[in-house]
Design a protein. Structure first.
Length: 184
């Protein structure tokens, strides 16, 4: 695994690596990836779930019970559910978003893909996602996996991050550059 040594350096990375290895050995990579995608969406959409994972006031037992109920409600696979239980028991639910990100990075490396974090002002359609992935593949020569985020504050355009490389064509950035140029 080319990225595993860098990912292992972080707390979330160690959990992600353990989850990845268990999923790979159990031939459950796809089901875990699907469950993590559902969980990532739920975290973005539910302020209560986000509060549950971030609050230091929620005790271990309460967090474990609540996260087990969430996993059942979201119909997450068994391995992801057990991992959530471990995170709750170790008071590491605040690391959940980073665990998901690092797992996806490991999965992409395993599949020979490059991950691109794409921020847009509006949700991209499947056609737009496919076209963007093709353009990025032409640029990098590798298959692309897109992590999509919507941020209305960029007003339009895209911000694409691939490793240390960033392409920012957002209207917010263009307006900022124009404002700086006008100041002289």
């Amino acid at each position: 695994m080319e990225n595993s040594s860098g990912i292992q350096a972080s707390l979330a990375g160690r959990y992600a690596l353990a989850l990845f290895q268990l999923a790979r050995d159990g031939k459950a990579l796809d089901s875990v990836a699907t469950s993590l995608g559902v969980l990532k969406s739920a975290l973005a959409e539910s302020a209560d779930l986000k509060a549950l994972t971030q609050s230091p006031l929620v005790g271990r037992e309460d967090a474990a019970k609540a996260i087990a109920a969430v996993a059942k409600l979201l119909k997450l696979d068994e391995l992801t559910t057990r991992t959530l239980g471990v995170l709750a028991e170790n008071r590491r639910l605040a690391q959940l978003s980073n665990v998901i990100r690092d797992f996806n990075t490991l999965l992409s490396a395993h599949k020979g893909e490059t991950r691109a974090e794409v921020t847009s002002a509006f949700a991209l359609t499947k056609t737009q996602q496919t076209a963007l992935a093709k353009q990025l593949k032409a640029r990098t020569g590798r298959d692309m996996a897109l992590d999509l985020t919507v941020d209305p504050e960029i007003m339009g355009g895209l911000v694409v991050k691939m490793g240390s490389q960033m392409i920012d064509s957002s209207i917010r950035t263009r307006l900022n550059r124009l404002a700086m140029a006008m100041k002289g």
